[in-house]
Write a protein that binds this ligand. Structure first.
Ligand SMILES: [Fe+2]
Ligand SMILES: [Fe+2]
Length: 189
């Protein structure tokens, strides 16, 4: 559990050096950081592996790394995951709303296909169906993406961005209910 928690906290550390291959830059930064704290060498290796394997670039070889990988993936799934991922990508890549919809949808489908644990696959299934039906309405999806891009550019955190979207009565009830569930991590109950 401690390895998973440390991996969870540190997995995106590499983003301070940019999005590209941040699993490797993050693993290196975390190793230095944990060595500086005097953490046991074997524990460091375990945490470092969680970080390098968190986004599928490296195959997770331990249960702890699978847990961190799947937790990070669950965070990117469904309506709230879509919002969070659009938010992040809009800040690191120069794409218009249409391209963002496609890029993020593709990324989500790819990450979903790499889930390791049965529990994760079960959690994600329901969310993903809601997102798929949302994406069928291209016009609404592009409108939502434009709102998210605008919020991200103003420095409004993704959680607050989701709250702003919840106030839009034209969005499907299922879509909004799933955002509420995801932001409250109701799937962990
Ligand atoms: Fe990441
Ligand atoms: Fe992450």
């Amino acid at each position: 559990m401690d390895i998973c928690i440390a991996g969870g906290w540190l997995h995106d550390l590499g983003l301070v050096k940019g999005n590209r291959h941040h699993c490797f830059t993050g693993a290196e930064l975390a190793r230095e950081y944990l060595e500086g704290l005097g953490v046991d060498a074997e524990d460091i290796q375990q945490v470092v592996h969680c970080i390098e394997a968190h986004d599928g670039e490296v195959v997770a070889g331990t249960l702890e790394a699978k847990v961190v990988h799947d937790a990070d993936t669950i965070d990117k799934m469904g309506p709230f995951g879509f919002i969070r991922h659009v938010w992040k990508i809009s800040l690191v890549e120069d794409l218009d709303a249409e391209r963002l919809v496609d890029t993020v949808a593709e990324h989500i489908a790819e990450r979903k296909s790499k889930l390791y644990l049965e529990t994760s696959i079960r959690i994600v299934g329901g969310f993903h169906r809601i997102l798929e039906s949302f994406l069928e309405d291209r016009e609404t999806a592009t409108k939502v993406v434009a709102t998210v891009v605008d919020c991200a550019s103003k420095g409004i955190p993704s959680e607050d961005t989701a709250q702003i979207l919840l106030e839009d009565p034209t969005l499907e009830k299922d879509f909004r209910d799933t955002i509420i569930c995801q932001t409250a991590t109701c799937y962990l109950d």
